[in-house]
Design a protein around this ligand. Structure first.
Ligand code: COA
Length: 330
């Protein structure tokens, strides 16, 4: 008997501090007009450095998701933590989150698929539930990208924000909010150098007494990433629709990764989704990488943009490159 995984709770959280485009005008040679027209971003949430780590943000999003599911941390069997900005390089952010949730003994691990991290983790959660129908999997996606942004580089620092989203995944016992109807993923490791944080890993190890330079921060070939993002997101969206015998008209709401409103618009146009069926919140959050999709889902639910009975299509794209697409039936 095949098991249908469901999401039974959603949550999100962003730090209190808001950095507007006008604030960034004081930091680098940019303007609200450039940022708004080129990206759609008006503001982003940023942690106060040293006060909040990725697991702190994930704790708040996870509490909301657990409350939404009517569950407590003690009900959890697994924690999957999607991030490219963990609290520490080692141990995993999942272990910090487990400690902050006041539980122990779970299978807890991080998963890095950059901006596609939530869908990669959701796929892993589906596998956990298929292995064990009693599994209760917390998928937390959380980023403190402000810690890896070069605040003197106007071409990247305006794009990103901090935040977290979470979902609780179980087998379908009738209490789920959304069935995961299908989910497919992809990647291309030939294009790693278009979007990366070069230093700090084994490729360019840290040196004792060495200086921190721009290699320690996010580097991005914006126009090339833009082109690949639109192309791959269009391809995987169409593949998923076709695989499930669905037309774009069968989708009630499209929830894409929030990297740039122009990427979203180009993708929607190519796939044939009308603007009123596309959920956008990049204006308020910026690009929160792995957290972008679960923040958007939880935000859309809070705004009643998602209602019971709706079929939702999600598509993501991130460094690697990685990409994915998923259909949720609410
Ligand atoms: N403010 C003002 N001017 C800026 C700027 C800023 N914050 N950032 C870049 N510019 C300038 C550039 O220096 C360039 O000037 P030049 O023509 O004198 O050389 C000009 O704006 C155009 O830059 P370009 O990079 O071609 O702009 P773009 O239209 O491609 O937009 C991005 C840049 C980054 C917004 C866009 O390419 C993008 O969103 N890419 C993908 C985002 C991404 O990678 N997301 C993460 C993965 S999902």
């Amino acid at each position: 008997m095949s098991i249908t995984p469901v999401i039974c709770g959603f949550g999100h959280y962003a730090p209190e501090k808001i950095v507007s485009n006008q604030d960034l005008e004081k930091l680098v040679d940019t303007s609200d007009e450039w940022i708004t027209t080129r990206t759609g971003i008006k503001q982003r949430h940023i942690v106060v450095p040293g006060e909040q780590s990725s697991s702190d943000l994930a704790l708040e999003a996870s509490k909301m998701a657990l409350a939404d599911a009517g569950l407590s941390p003690k009900d959890l069997t697994h924690i999957l933590f999607a991030t490219l900005t963990p609290d520490t390089y080692c141990p995993s952010a999942a272990c910090y989150l487990e400690q902050k949730l006041g539980v122990r003994g779970l299978m807890a691990m991080d998963l890095n698929a950059a901006c596609s991290g939530f869908l990669y983790s959701l796929q892993t959660a589906r596998a956990m539930v298929a292995l064990d129908p009693d599994a209760v999997v917390l998928v937390a996606a959380s980023e403190v990208l402000s810690s890896r942004v070069n605040w003197t580089d106007r071409s990247t620092c305006v794009l990103f924000g901090d935040g977290s989203g979470a979902a609780v995944v179980t087998a379908d016992t009738g209490a789920g909010k959304a069935q995961v109807l299908d989910l497919i993923l992809g990647s291309d490791g030939n294009l790693t150098d278009l979007l990366l944080i070069p230093a700090g890993g084994s490729r360019f190890p840290l040196e004792l007494g060495g200086t921190v330079d721009k290699e320690s921060y996010i580097q991005l070939n914006g126009p090339d990433v833009f082109k690949h993002a639109v192309r791959e997101m269009e391809a995987i969206t169409n593949t998923l629709l076709e695989k499930n015998g669905l037309a774009v008209e069968d989708i009630d709401l499209f929830v894409p990764h929030q990297a740039n409103v122009r990427i979203i618009d180009a993708l929607a146009k190519r796939v044939g989704v009308p603007p009123e069926k596309v959920f956008v919140n990049i204006d308020r959050y910026g690009n929160t990488s792995a957290a972008s999709v679960p923040i958007a889902l939880s935000d859309a639910l809070q705004q009643n943009a998602i209602q019971p009975g709706m079929r939702i299509l999600i598509t993501t794209f991130g460094a690697g490159f990685t990409w994915g697409s998923c259909i949720l039936q609410f």
